[in-house]
Design a protein around this ligand. Structure first.
Ligand code: HEC
Ligand code: HEC
Ligand code: HEC
Ligand code: HEC
Ligand code: HEC
Length: 345
């Protein structure tokens, strides 16, 4: 009898503890499912393209926004998410569409996601008057992009995406430059640029944003400076799905490879307890912060003494999915080199 009572009390205590601990996490997760944009039927980007062809072309040719719900890596990760019993039951895939765009539209982050949907039963120029023109004020606020580009783990409260706080600590922010000052700066047609470039599609956008300099060999010590001269945020920016890799190949007098090393820069997280799959608490952050100059220092093996006369250093980005972060062997894409420098030692 007494034993049963004790067992009963123990179970009650355990349940109370579980609910008290889990409830805030549960409600935060439910809040993540609320779309970060206005809901409603979309006319689609081709409708806007009738009169905004230039902006449409930039968006559809360059921006990953345009493929945010149809890209291969999104679909792969979504499948894994749906196969995960816990996440699929309690969180559901609505959480993905809260940022990646309307499920039904297959256009990802399209015009209406950012600008709002077309008002029904009035001429389009009426929507412009009551919504699109006044709406620009909202869109130009300094935390507009952060709606989707900032993400905190509901459990650990660590920043999974941190581009907003990286920017806040940057030289650009202190000069009053926002995301738009750089990413939407007018380019060819006198209109705000809508290409939102990414290394995934075009690495040349990173030209001059990172520097490799002052390589020195004082045997067995090799040092090299790496500097993030992109003053808007960290390199790589934001989250765990992108790793910047510095590869150094050491050559002898005849240009033959003697030795090679790889250094990685980025963020690594533990996955959610029990559920897995979703990044949760930060374990390591080697991002180069805005304006940061870091000195890489390596000890070369004794067998290399006298054999090395040149170093070729290359920087690339690797795209990794959340559950394989940190593991560049499982990258789903590798960029072309952002930068290659040769140093005579
Ligand atoms: C029938 C042609 C037409 C269509 C279709 C159209 N626009 Fe426009 N839009 C215009 C014109 C013309 C202007 C310039 C208005 C001005 O300068 O007064 C404009 C301006 C804008 C502006 C800048 C704000 C302003 O009023 O100056 C935004 C934002 C915009 N459009 C968004 C959209 C979106 C989003 C869509 C699709 C849902 C769209 N437009 C569809 C003709 C169109
Ligand atoms: C409604 C949510 C949403 C808003 C608002 C938004 N983005 Fe995005 N953005 C995304 C998503 C989702 C992706 C990832 C697309 C993919 O790779 O599938 C993305 C990708 C990007 C990329 C490419 C990133 C990469 O890793 O290659 C850039 C750059 C970018 N956004 C900049 C901006 C800027 C600047 C703003 C503000 C003007 C902004 N975004 C507003 C959701 C949003
Ligand atoms: C808070 C908004 C937000 C939520 C919620 C979100 N994403 Fe994203 N996702 C983004 C942004 C923004 C990026 C661009 C990467 C960056 O800025 O680091 C991105 C990038 C990705 C990428 C990497 C694309 C690549 O190839 O580099 C995948 C895959 C992805 N998201 C899938 C998902 C899935 C599946 C879910 C739901 C479980 C989800 N995302 C939930 C905003 C979000
Ligand atoms: C990721 C969010 C986002 C998406 C997607 C987006 N826009 Fe914009 N758009 C903005 C922001 C922010 C501004 C204000 C830019 C500024 O003031 O520099 C803007 C400005 C504009 C303007 C005013 C042009 C100017 O030079 O001031 C037009 C027109 C426009 N957008 C049309 C479109 C159309 C058409 C699409 C779809 C093909 C689209 N936008 C997709 C965020 C977005
Ligand atoms: C001082 C200029 C500057 C500012 C300010 C800035 N960025 Fe960037 N950002 C860049 C440059 C340059 C790149 C390299 C790719 C490009 O040109 O889009 C980049 C890259 C990115 C990427 C990743 C693209 C990739 O290929 O990995 C994202 C996401 C991003 N920025 C989002 C933002 C957001 C959100 C803000 C505001 C909080 C912001 N940026 C502020 C200049 C800036």
């Amino acid at each position: 009898m007494i034993r049963l009572k004790v067992l009963g009390i123990a179970i009650m205590l355990l349940m109370t503890f579980f609910v008290a601990w889990y409830w805030p996490v549960y409600s935060e997760m439910q809040a993540m499912k609320v779309a970060n944009y206005e809901q409603g039927a979309h006319k689609g980007s081709l409708y806007c393209a009738q009169c905004h062809r230039g902006i449409y072309d930039e968006w559809s040719n360059n921006s990953l926004h345009a493929v945010a719900t149809t890209g291969g890596s999104f679909k792969d990760y979504l499948e894994k998410f749906k196969d995960n019993y816990l996440l699929n039951t309690f969180v559901t895939d609505e959480v993905c569409y809260a940022c990646h765009g309307v499920k039904a539209s297959t256009e990802g982050v399209n015009c209406e996601i950012c600008h709002g949907t077309v008002v029904a039963n009035v001429p389009i120029m009426e929507t412009h008057k009551i919504k699109y023109k006044p709406g620009l004020k909202e869109l130009r606020k300094k935390d507009f992009c952060a709606k989707c580009h900032d993400l905190r783990s509901p459990l650990s409260h660590d920043d999974i995406f941190s581009v907003q706080s990286e920017w806040r600590n940057s030289e650009a922010a202190s000069k009053g430059e926002t995301c738009l000052s750089c990413h939407m700066k007018k380019r060819f047609n006198g209109l705000s640029y809508h290409g939102f470039d990414s290394a995934h599609r075009d690495v040349t956008i990173y030209k001059d944003d990172v520097r490799l300099q002052n390589a020195k060999l004082d045997y067995p010590r090799f040092t090299l400076e790496i500097e993030n001269s992109l003053t808007g945020h960290a390199m790589p920016p934001s989250g765990p799905t992108r790793i910047m890799v510095l590869e150094i190949i050491f050559l002898n007098m005849n240009g033959e490879e003697q030795y090679r090393v790889q250094e990685t820069y980025g963020k690594k997280f533990n996955l959610m307890p029990i559920a897995g799959l979703f990044p949760n608490s930060l374990i390591k952050n080697t991002q180069l912060q805005s304006g940061e100059l870091r000195i890489l220092s390596l000890t070369l093996p004794a067998s290399m003494e006298g054999k090395i006369s040149k170093a070729v250093a290359t920087l690339k980005f690797y795209g990794v999915s959340d559950e394989h972060q940190g593991d560049i062997k499982r990258a789903h894409w590798v960029s072309k080199p952002i930068l290659t420098e040769e140093f005579t030692l």
